[in-house]
Design a protein around this ligand. Sequence first.
Ligand code: PLP
Length: 399
Amino acid sequence: MRPVYLDNNATTRVSEEVVSAMLPFFTAQFGNASSMHTFGSEVGGAVKNARGQLQKLIGAAHDHEIVYTSCGTESDNMAILSALETQVGRNEVVTSVVEHPAVLALCDYLEKTRGIKIHRIPVDAKGRLDVDAYRKALGPKTAIASIMWANNETGTIFPIARLAELAHEAGALFHTDAVQAVGKITINVADSEIDMLSLSGHKLHAPKGIGALYVRRGVRLRPMLRGGHQERGRRAGTENAPSIIGLGKAAELALEYMNDEQTRVRALRDRLEDGILQRVANCFVTGDVEHRLPNTANIAFEYIEGEGILLMLNKAGIAASSGSACTSGSLEPSHVLRAMKVPYTAAHGAIRFSFSRENTEEDVDRVIEAVPSIIAKLREMSPFWKGEENTTAFQPTYA
Ligand code: PLP
């Protein structure tokens, strides 16, 4: 039986069209994009075309506002580190408690090693940012506010346009980690006050190892890597031409499929949620259900461990995830669900199902069929479900 892949927020399959677009640039057109001869200029032209394709997907005004990087993590690091250098006299960062480790781990490091003050803004039980606390944290010392566009675990979407305006009112730069949003929802940076935006190829059917940072014209960027003049001196290193070209094709396809993502993919996600909620007791959807990515469902099953569910799903040929890929394998519930104060009895059993345009109704039906018996089996073994053990042991108090 065909395996069912519902872990597209972790990574996506590279599209055949993307592979076909990339292949010539490994062998026939292998030149260095910066070289003066035909080998180089052909590749340079294709890279320029790809930059235009990506520009269109995010609605940037100029193609040179895109700086290619190796991944979303690099883009996030570059945006924050650069702001702390270019925003003279400002040494504070405002971010949220539910960011990806690509932002949070860097902030922890900056706090410990450089004395940078980090404001980590809380979220409510639905994962919505406390905008009042955000506004109060911004001030004359804020170098940059960095808030993700959409959360990777719950799909919750933040009011990015408003958050960017508030950052500017305080004279700070605004960066958004849009790694999960790009390609899934319409983005138009030119119409917003966003200064920098991170994205990653492997989340939208392009290869791993390619990302980009959008940098609005006029915003100064201090490079992390120094060397050659690639990317207008903003990111040294010979361009990864095949992957840049692949990302361009993936961006073109994402635009083509945007309507499909908003309608068919959303309907598949909703069908899965309804199917599971109808058949399984003591489970609920986490996150801001009304303001969510169309492809993400995060369902918390009470009194069982997510790891057990994942293993049994995997045995049934179904791939999903417990929280983010980075936290799976650890026994602590994810930092996102903890920040939302989802009870530990449920946060431990949270499973993320994330769709792509490659999923079908048949996939959904397979999952709806498999999940109830998996949950029943695990609950039969759970002392918490059977009331043999006090659930408070499973439920430390939230600080
Ligand atoms: N930001 C978010 C929201 C993500 O979901 C991820 C990856 O899961 C990243 C950043 C890191 O992206 P990359 O894997 O390209 O470094």
